[in-house]
Write a protein of this length. Structure first.
Length: 225
């Protein structure tokens, strides 16, 4: 199974930062849209995976209920635990190895729990990130310590693994290529046109509305199974 396309909100934030757009109205709107898009997409993906694994919606109800309970726990007890980590960081004034290990262990544990529930482990990692206290210094230092390892080691492995599992040869008939082109066209047009129209209705200029449409088009997710 494959769902998705280009990049997520994190990469969009990096693009906006590198172009010094983070303080502009366009950058703020794009990041807000990315956050809403990510949350909506992952929630819908969790439901879709539950239905796909059980074969029908009725069979997916226990998984959906368990997912809702776990989301509630993460946004209450999980957030409380993460706030304790954030307070420890504020007292120490730096991100110690022990604290960093605790955060990584929490990410892995959350991912494994969602996998056991019956939805993809990526959702668990995403949920912990959503529950993480938005302490600017903590988030920045965590990103600095994590970014190099992710970009240099994990990201190439992810794309290599994705490439190995991609089977272009399955598109072996003209009608399949036509269907693939149609799906891509609808995906691109749906995000761009929808964002552009909404932005124009909200009073944003044509140029900014068009740029916002392309920014939002970049915000997608990948799921391989």
């Amino acid at each position: 199974m494959y769902v998705g396309c280009k990049i997520g909100g994190g990469k969009l934030a990096r693009i906006i930062t590198e172009n010094n757009l983070q303080g502009t109205r366009l950058g703020t709107l794009a990041l807000t849209c990315a956050a809403v898009d990510d949350v909506t997409a992952w929630c819908l993906l969790a439901v879709a995976i539950a239905v796909a694994r059980t074969g029908d919606f009725a069979g997916a109800i226990p998984t959906i209920i368990a997912s809702i309970v776990y989301i509630g726990l993460m946004l209450t007890a999980g957030r409380w635990f993460l706030q304790c980590l954030a307070k420890h960081y504020l007292r120490a004034g730096r991100l110690s190895q022990l604290l960093l290990a605790g955060i990584y262990m929490a990410v892995v544990a959350s991912a494994l729990i969602t996998e056991l529930i019956g939805i993809h482990l990526i959702f668990g990692a995403f949920l912990l990130g959503a529950a993480m206290p938005k302490n600017e210094d903590l988030v920045r230092e965590l990103a600095v310590k994590t970014e190099d390892f992710v970009l240099i080691f994990l990201l190439p492995i992810f794309f290599a693994y994705s490439g190995l599992r991609t089977q272009i040869g399955l598109l072996n008939r003209p009608e399949l290529w036509l269907l693939c082109t149609l799906v891509l066209g609808v995906a691109i047009a749906g995000k761009y046109v929808g964002t552009y129209v909404a932005a124009r209705v909200s009073g944003i200029s044509k140029r900014e509305a068009s740029a916002l449409g392309w920014f939002v088009k970049l915000v997608c997710c990948k799921y391989y199974r």
